[in-house]
Design a protein around this ligand. Structure first.
Ligand SMILES: Nc1ncnc2c1ncn2[C@@H]1O[C@H](COP(=O)(O)OP(=O)(O)OP(=O)(O)O)[C@@H](O)[C@H]1O
Ligand SMILES: [Mg+2]
Length: 285
């Protein structure tokens, strides 16, 4: 009996914490899946649920990527850093940033197709998912540029996603507003379609258009990408993590593990290092 009150309090605190977490989760932007092609060792990978992989389970709030050395864990973590750098400094500078060594070193050796990222994103549990596709290639002068960018969202009572931004080599269209506007694959249109021509093909269209008031949906998606917190793990970075999470619920955290020596009892076992992604992405590699 003496312990009944504290135990009950503890239970209530846990319940409250769980509900608070659930509430936060429902209102939190989240990447449910990602597809990457021709980025370093990642020739063609899909994680979680994507537009063309609807039966797969969406990524959880904590994802651990485990694998033997050289299978692309750090490259996967860096893909998020690369996208963040593309937003900030454009694709050409992003290829050179953070010791990436330029486009030729970045693209999968022998790949004939561009680097491709596809993010499957949901703003909250009540909103319909958005797919963002980004292709980066070399232009005729041999400089990296944004070859193609596309945003799609599935529309209520309408099975297929509609494209609400499409840019090829800096030219294309976008739909204004925050409603169901978009273009179907068969060319039919709802909402206000605006022709777009970008002056800089090395900057992302979502950055240019997301800065304009009339493209609400693009702006929201851009703000989600900007809210990522990226950190390459170090003991000092670990100390700052609490503050980082307070700043933003969306994190990408990367760390370098200490590689343990092989266990002499099990020589056949290979060392595996770990990547984890949380809230919705944090990773240690
Ligand atoms: N452009 C490229 N095309 C193909 N492979 C590449 C390219 N750039 C790097 N690699 C390969 O990617 C591998 C490194 O991948 P990465 O560092 O992501 O692995 P990892 O899983 O993090 O390994 P570790 O556990 O040792 O940290 C190396 O084998 C390297 O040769
Ligand atoms: Mg690594």
């Amino acid at each position: 009996m003496l312990y009944a009150i504290p135990c009950e309090r503890k239970r209530m605190a846990i319940r409250e914490y769980t509900w608070a977490n659930l509430r936060m989760e429902r209102n939190m932007g989240k990447i449910e899946g990602i597809k990457i092609q021709n980025y370093g060792v990642l020739k063609d990978i899909v994680l979680g649920k994507t537009r063309t992989n609807q039966r797969a389970r969406a990524l959880g709030n904590l994802v651990a990527v485990i694998g033997q050395s050289g299978n692309g864990k750090s490259t996967l973590a860096d893909a998020f850093g690369f996208i963040a750098d593309c937003l900030e400094v454009g694709v050409e500078a992003a290829c050179d940033a953070n010791n990436r060594g330029g486009f030729e070193r970045l693209i999968t050796q022998g790949a004939a197709e561009p680097i491709l990222f596809e993010l499957y994103y949901r703003e909250s549990s009540k909103t319909r998912p958005i797919t963002y596709e980004l292709e980066i290639d070399l232009d005729k002068t041999g400089r990296p540029y944004v070859k193609r960018e596309r945003l799609r969202q599935r529309v209520e009572k309408h099975g297929w996603p509609r494209t609400f931004m499409y840019l090829q080599e800096g030219a294309g269209y976008a739909f204004e507003g925050n409603d169901d506007g978009g273009q179907d694959d068969d060319g039919s249109i709802t909402g206000k379609k605006v022709e777009v021509q970008l002056s800089d093909i090395r900057r992302l269209g979502i950055v240019t258009l997301g800065a304009m008031k009339q493209y609400d949906r693009i702006e929201k998606f851009l703000n989600f990408l900007k809210s990522w917190y990226l950190c390459y793990f170090s003991p000092d970075a670990a100390r700052r993590l609490q503050n980082a999470n307070a700043l933003s619920p969306i994190s990408v955290i990367c760390s370098q593990p200490s590689v343990s020596p092989p266990d002499s009892r099990f020589p056949q076992r290979r060392n595996a290092s770990v990547s984890t992604f949380a809230a919705p992405f944090a990773c240690t590699t």
